[in-house]
Design a protein around this ligand. Structure first.
Ligand code: C2E
Ligand code: MG
Ligand code: MG
Ligand code: MG
Length: 277
């Protein structure tokens, strides 16, 4: 009895895995197509400065408008793009597109672009950044690159050297999803980041004294090291009040806005400017 159950279970998994592999293969083919067809777009989520309560920039976030599946989440296609190496081309496209868009914004607004660990393993990241800047005319200081701790878990020395060269171009470097990786604190000694973005899992729990204490500690570190601190995923007024009182310098989150198509992002700025005046 145990044996037959075992065999059935095995068959079940085997069939399930075939289906999974088929689905992945399709998605992978689709991904290659999508780049060619131009089915990717960037949406832009405002970054609010807590000193002025004004938007100081946007984070560019990839969206895949699949002709059949509809909107595919980056959580589903970024890992696939990373495994297949397509992230290099996709990432270079996102850099060009975000810089092109940002060049048309009011001049004090910056744009943040997420860069995958895989892009650091491939040659050409610096060239992609330089090309995106020169093609768009966007001043380097208005571009911020967001990396996660996983980037530094690779060949840290090579990555840190690359980060210094990127910084040398004048772009800013932010450490994204802070607190979700391993031994986060050691990374802060390896590279002088311009910004730390506290992962939204801490902000979601910030009503809890332990989570609040962690946020406070990160803010303390940031202040000491001269690093700006962004709270990600602020959804409620209470969370906003709390991250403000803990000393975070910037916030992003659905309380202010979801990521928006480029046109709506500009409208968001206009509305806030006119309601402030
Ligand atoms: P991330 O860089 O940490 O981006 C923040 C994510 O949190 C975004 O999800 C955003 O829509 C979401 N978010 C923002 N505010 C809130 C909030 O108040 N509540 C909740 N529940 N969520 C909020 P999204 O757009 O689905 O992107 C997910 C992840 O995919 C990003 O996390 C980033 O790691 C990756 N990603 C997106 N675009 C790119 C890209 O162009 N390149 C690379 N390499 N990765 C990207
Ligand atoms: Mg990010
Ligand atoms: Mg993040
Ligand atoms: Mg994330």
């Amino acid at each position: 009895k145990a044996k037959s159950t075992g065999r059935n279970t095995f068959r079940f998994y085997e069939a399930g895995m075939d289906a999974m592999v088929a689905k992945r293969t399709n998605l992978e083919l689709d991904l290659r197509d999508a780049l060619q067809r131009g089915d990717f777009v960037l949406h832009y989520q405002p970054v609010i400065d807590l000193a002025s309560d004004e938007a100081v920039g946007f984070e560019a976030l990839l969206r895949w408008q699949h002709p059949v599946r509809g909107m595919v989440s980056p959580a589903d296609f970024i890992p696939l793009a990373e495994e297949t190496g397509l992230i290099t081309t996709l990432g270079a496209w996102a850099l060009r597109e975000a810089c092109r868009e940002a060049a048309s914004w009011p001049h004090d607004l910056s744009v943040a672009v997420n860069v995958s660990a895989i892009q650091f393993q491939q040659p050409g990241l610096e060239q992609s950044v330089m090309h995106a800047l020169s093609a768009s005319g966007l001043p380097a200081r208005r571009l911020e690159l967001e990396i996660t701790e996983s980037v530094l878990m690779q060949d840290a020395q090579a990555v840190v050297a690359c980060l210094h060269r990127l910084r040398g171009l004048g772009v800013r470097i932010a450490l994204d999803d802070f607190g979700t990786g391993y031994s986060s604190l050691s990374y802060l000694r390896q590279f002088p980041f311009d910004k730390i973005k506290i992962d939204r899992s801490f902000i979601r729990e910030i009503g809890d004294p332990d989570a609040a204490a962690i946020v406070r500690a990160v803010v303390g570190l940031g202040t000491h090291l001269g690093i700006a601190i962004t709270a990600e995923g602020v959804e409620t007024r209470e969370q906003l009040d709390q991250v403000r009182s803990e000393g975070c310098t910037e916030v992003q989150g659905f309380l202010f806005s979801q990521p928006l198509p480029a046109l709506d992002a500009l409208r968001f700025i206009d509305v806030r400017l006119s309601s402030a005046a």
